[in-house]
Design a protein around this ligand. Structure first.
Ligand code: NI
Length: 192
């Protein structure tokens, strides 16, 4: 298993629409395992395959999103080829984050409840219902499979502010990387 790099906005891959999974084989299950390790390392509640550079309709969700503390330690929910069966007309406005916009949180309006149909990593069908945070997590990750990101759901003003903050965060992360990477890279000799 491996922790994979998560693509940050505006990586063009994040705008790609994913294609249906047809092969439920060891390769797919390895990808799921890598995504699980990546989501845990990044402390995310959900991760879509799009975010790690795969174009498959695959996402994983932490059971915490559905059960809160009772979900801790339970296996992640694997969602493949999802279809939205139903969503409530009632909506909720709440803060949302995304591993492709680390450190950025914006209020996004989402249906309060949603029900989806999907397949698991063995190709077995299952239905999943989410309310509040659960519905938000499901819809946020399904968006990723369509090339949609959270800033697409907000006003021009909120979007502009969020993108500015994101850009600043990315620059800070890059300069921190520059400071730490040379020492860690074998064979690299700093200029004296
Ligand atoms: Ni996201």
């Amino acid at each position: 298993m491996a922790v994979l790099p998560v693509l940050a906005y505006p990586n063009p891959f994040l705008r790609k629409a994913a294609k249906r999974v047809e092969q439920f084989d060891d390769e797919l299950r390895r990808l799921v395992a890598d995504m699980e390790e990546t989501m845990a390392a990044e402390e995310g509640l959900g991760l879509a395959a799009t975010q790690i550079g795969s174009d498959l309709q695959l996402l994983i969700l932490d059971p915490y999103a559905f059960e809160g503390d009772a979900g801790r330690g339970k296996p992640n929910v694997v969602v493949i080829n999802p279809e939205i069966v139903w969503q409530s007309e009632e909506k909720i406005l709440a803060e949302e984050g995304c591993l492709s916009f680390p450190g950025v949180y914006i209020p996004v309006e989402r249906p309060k409840r949603v029900r989806i149909r999907a397949l698991d990593a063995n190709g077995q069908p299952h239905e999943l219902e989410g309310e509040g945070l659960g519905a938000r997590a499901i819809l946020h990750e399904i968006d990723h499979l369509k090339g949609v990101v959270m800033v697409d759901h907000v006003s021009h003003l909120v979007r502009t502010r969020a993108l500015k903050k994101h850009q600043r965060n990315q620059l800070t992360a890059k300069s921190e990387e520059r400071e730490t990477v040379p020492a860690a890279r074998p064979g690299f000799r700093p200029k004296r």
